[in-house]
Design a protein around this ligand. Structure first.
Ligand code: HEC
Ligand code: HEC
Length: 257
């Protein structure tokens, strides 16, 4: 999509919004490079919260790879056909999403960010039913990983040089509560992993439940060699109390042994 080629009905709606969108337009680069450039290590829309509702978690995990959620929120009010067109072009840019997830995302965007969003109360009721249903099920860490982490860290946890650090065999995963803290709060700033430098940002994924975070941390730790105690949902709940910004997590990480 180029500025001149912006003929879909969406563009009239979303087009006036944001000067920084031009940056993205001007770039004809791959998705990974784009992710690095658009995030610039600086400002994920870290505090941006979507209306609660089923499918919001898929949007959090799939739609922040290349740009922050401001893009998504700015497009609020689009009709289903318009959201469908947006998803199609995001897939052209490199959005990795299977058909079931695309359906969930579309369902979410067209109701909660659609022209007639449900009242907040019923939205959060729907979300909490979803949450308790999720915690009742036994949580499969590999599934949580595939749905929430693989877009960036890769299906096998190998990361992407210059953009996303590897998780497989990464000794940082054994450093105290670091992986829990990173998943809850994000991480932003220069780090070194396995002799390679990264200076990027991970958004907070605190929409995941305590049980999901415990399961996913155990799962990624399973790629390393260190034998570690399993993480409990209670340990995650405890870390959730102390909110940090992604930059504060960077400081915390630097001070850890
Ligand atoms: C692989 C990278 C990538 C991913 C992943 C991605 N986008 Fe985008 N998105 C872009 C780029 C690049 C632009 C800027 C396009 C422009 O400025 O014309 C953009 C712009 C947008 C816009 C502004 C309207 C427009 O078409 O310019 C919306 C809305 C949007 N994205 C929604 C989403 C949603 C929803 C998701 C998740 C389902 C998502 N994006 C995931 C790359 C991506
Ligand atoms: C939108 C992309 C993205 C998603 C999704 C993502 N991460 Fe990250 N993650 C990053 C980036 C980028 C960094 C490095 C940040 C930096 O350079 O400071 C990182 C860093 C980390 C670190 C710290 C590694 C170290 O050596 O200190 C851990 C642990 C981690 N991620 C785990 C996860 C887990 C588990 C998930 C899924 C629940 C996940 N990440 C989802 C982008 C992402």
């Amino acid at each position: 999509m180029t500025a001149q080629g912006c003929s879909r009905p969406l563009c009239a709606n979303a087009g006036a919004a944001a000067p920084w969108r031009r940056t993205a337009r001007a770039l004809s680069v791959g998705a990974a490079a784009l992710a690095g450039l658009l995030s610039g290590g600086a400002s994920w829309g870290a505090d941006l919260r979507l209306p609660e509702g089923p499918g919001a978690n898929v949007v959090y995990s799939k739609c922040q790879t290349c740009h922050d959620l401001q893009y998504v929120v700015d497009a609020k009010g689009l009709l289903p056909a318009q959201w469908n067109a947006v998803l199609a072009s995001m897939r052209d840019y490199g959005l990795q999403i299977d058909d079931a997830q695309a359906k969930q995302v579309l369902q979410y965007l067209t109701t909660y960010l659609g022209p007639h969003p449900p009242p907040a109360a019923s939205a959060s009721a729907a979300a909490s039913t979803g949450a308790s249903a999720a915690s009742a099920r036994a949580v499969d860490g590999s599934k949580v990983y595939a749905e929430n982490c693989a877009t960036c860290h890769g299906a096998a946890g190998l990361g992407q040089p210059g953009y996303y650090p590897p998780l497989a065999g990464n000794p940082d995963l054994a450093r105290d509560a670091l992986p829990i803290v990173v998943v809850l709060n994000g991480l932003s700033g220069p780090i070194e992993v396995g002799g390679r430098a990264f200076d990027n940002s991970m958004p907070p994924l605190d929409y995941l439940s305590n049980a999901e975070i415990a399961a996913v941390v155990d799962f990624v730790r399973g790629w390393g060699s260190a034998k570690l105690e399993p993480v409990t949902p209670e340990a995650v709940a405890e870390q959730r109390q102390r909110r940090m910004s992604p930059t504060e997590v960077h400081d915390y990480r630097a001070k850890l042994k």
